[in-house]
Unconditional design. Structure first.
Length: 291
């Protein structure tokens, strides 16, 4: 054993431990903030859906007329233009240290695009690297979103890309609890189910500029809200996964650091004992020379 090598190892492990602890702390803080945002978003989305349903219930006959005018599937209506195709969206990350959740989500995503006729959209540089490695030569669309927080312009570009699709499948990590994050798939369909009923109209609205444009607005708003909610859920799962990964890494680093310190301590004892033995040997030799 070399004292300089052990000291260098201890210094490196100490820095690594500081980084792991910092990452874990940052992830814990961001997880809490994201979780609060997810709860608020759920409440907002529930309100939007309730108003949209109330409009449908109150103006069911008018909505059905618009549905027939749109020539959609019986009982379904959409007020946005769609291309009839399906797209799979993989929400990954730009950086690493997020544990296994990104890889597990990719496996679910890869399974579906391998067996079905789905166009691929990748979000995040790490996901792009995985996709290119597994599907060389396959066409795809790529978008970059921040791992934390929101970028309205980039989010808008992604939403505009996805809105024309008839079916949008989003693959992401879902937060269950602190220690469990699971791969999840959410499907957003272009059409809204509307059934003909004989109920009386219960709420009256004044529409400006028109019922169709108001419903178009709600459909767009609901799609955007659902998608942003999925993005937030994905971020929440990623931060929980990173916190666990960094806690685990920190524990292993601490064990290695303690072992290195023990090695250094044993080396120092060995050097000290060796010096004492050399001193005693030298002293005895000197005394014998005197005699």
């Amino acid at each position: 054993m070399d004292k300089r090598i052990i000291t260098k190892e201890i210094d490196s492990l100490t820095i690594m431990q500081s980084l792991a602890d910092a990452y874990a702390h940052i992830s814990s803080t961001r997880m809490k903030n994201t979780r609060d945002g997810v709860v608020r978003s759920r409440e907002f989305l529930a309100e939007i859906q309730e108003i949209f349903k109330e409009l449908q219930d109150s103006y069911r006959r008018e909505v059905m007329k618009l549905a027939r005018k749109k020539k959609g599937v019986k009982g379904n209506v959409t007020f946005l233009s769609h291309n009839g195709r399906s797209v799979a969206v993989f929400l990954s990350t730009n950086a690493g240290f997020y544990g296994s959740i990104t890889r597990r989500v990719f496996e679910l995503f890869a399974k579906d695009i391998s067996s079905e006729n789905l166009e691929a959209t990748i979000v995040g540089r790490l996901g792009l690297s995985m996709f290119l490695e597994s599907f060389p030569g396959r066409s795809y669309s790529y978008f970059d979103l921040p791992d934390y927080g929101k970028d309205s312009q980039k989010m808008g570009d992604l939403v505009r890309h996805l809105v024309p699709y008839e079916e949008i499948r989003i693959y992401y990590g879902k937060f269950k609890n602190i220690v469990n994050q699971h791969p999840e798939k959410t499907v957003i369909s272009a059409s809204t189910r509307v059934e003909e009923r004989g109920e009386k109209e219960v709420v009256k609205y004044l529409f400006e500029p028109s019922l169709e444009e108001i419903l178009t607005f709600f459909e767009t708003e609901m799609f955007t809200s659902v998608f942003e909610q999925v993005i937030s859920e994905s971020q929440l799962a990623k931060f929980a996964s990173r916190m666990l990964a960094m806690d685990s890494a920190g524990q292993k680093i601490r064990e290695s650091l303690n072992a290195a310190k023990q090695d250094k301590l044993r080396l120092m004892h060995y050097i000290s004992n060796k010096k004492q033995l050399e001193y005693l040997t030298s002293t005895i030799g000197t005394e014998r020379g005197i005699v």
